[in-house]
Write a protein that binds this ligand. Structure first.
Ligand SMILES: [Zn+2]
Length: 328
């Protein structure tokens, strides 16, 4: 549409610009308040603080994170499911010879027109302490959880077409156990789960800034969604972050060991196993990945604000894309 204005006369140009703006507003939704960005920054800082000690599954730091997330879910206006009172979905998993406990935090916001769900996931667990060092996991994945809460506050004010289930998953780092529990002890019938938007590592966008989106091929309605996000962000932001379609095995100069298998990299892999469409959104690999340097101090929060807007545009587009196929 923007390209068209070049070929038209001056009078038409303004008319077209107004049309474009109306169109974009309709599709990207109302803007968020400055408070919402400050809150997201604070969510990253709290979750990645030394007090929470890297949020290892079944640790004291994890329990502090759970309490924090319960309070944030409540404050944001999420509704608890009867099967997960107080937003807590408990499960057990084996760690070596013993069984340990995992806790996912789950809340929902009803859709305007459909009781089928878009499931937005972000794991809150990280590595905790290892070899005397603390792995705080600011990017991995306090950033994804903060973005999920940002989206929840948007959806609470501006409900989508579909219902949305927000899940902060536990024990992802141990092997996607939280996501597996969601699908194996279903909180909601599986055929009501339309798609998964998985947010894992959103803050360390690098230079030049890049975000990766994979899963466009998991549903016919997702075709072109990467390009659509880029177009919307180019119109909204003076300095958009380019979203790149991620493939299963990216080619390039990475060594074999560093290659990311985007299909298996995080919680969305479990949804894929159950033939549920997914979009996996994140920054990919970086030099501080799974190191003690993945801290809040190393995050550029100005850039993170653009990431939050991009995630918002993406979720609105995914909700719209799914309307064609939804059963009400
Ligand atoms: Zn992660």
């Amino acid at each position: 549409m923007i390209g068209l204005s070049v070929r038209l006369g001056r009078g038409h140009k303004w008319y077209l610009i107004v049309l474009i703006l109306i169109n974009l507003l309709a599709r990207t939704g109302p803007a968020m308040s400055a408070d919402a960005y400050a809150q997201a920054k604070s969510d990253v800082q709290v979750l990645a603080s030394v007090d929470f000690a890297g949020r290892a599954n079944d640790s004291d730091g994890s329990r502090l994170a759970q309490n924090y997330l319960r309070a944030r879910f409540k404050e944001t206006g999420l509704e608890a499911l009867p099967q997960a009172p107080d937003f807590s979905h408990r499960f057990s998993l084996s760690a070596g010879l013993t069984r340990v406990e995992g806790v996912n935090l789950v809340g929902k916001i009803a859709g305007q027109h459909s009781s089928q769900y878009i499931v937005i996931t972000a794991h809150y667990d990280h590595l905790g302490r290892e070899n005397g060092q603390m792995y705080l996991g600011a990017d991995d994945n306090a950033s994804g959880v903060a973005a999920m809460l940002f989206l929840a506050s948007y959806v609470a004010e501006n409900p989508l077409y579909h219902s949305v289930l927000f899940i902060a998953t536990d024990a992802e780092e141990r092997g996607l156990f939280g996501a597996r529990a969601v699908l194996e002890q279903p909180l909601i019938e599986r055929d009501k789960l339309l798609m998964n938007l998985n947010l894992d590592m959103l803050a360390r966008v690098g230079k030049p800034a890049r975000l990766y989106l994979s899963g466009e091929k998991t549903h016919a309605s997702f075709m072109g969604i990467t390009r659509a996000v880029n177009q919307q962000m180019a119109a909204l932001s003076a300095d958009p972050i380019k979203v790149i379609k991620a493939h299963r095995q990216p080619k390039g100069r990475r060594s074999l060991l560093n290659q990311i298998n985007y299909r298996r990299a995080s919680d969305h892999a479990v949804f894929a196993e159950y033939d549920i469409a997914y979009l996996f959104f994140g920054v990919g690999d970086h030099r501080h990945y799974h190191t003690p340097y993945d801290t809040a101090e190393n995050i550029d929060f100005e850039q993170f604000n653009i990431v939050l807007e991009t995630a918002k545009a993406l979720s609105i587009l995914a909700d719209a894309a799914m309307q064609d196929t939804a059963v009400k």
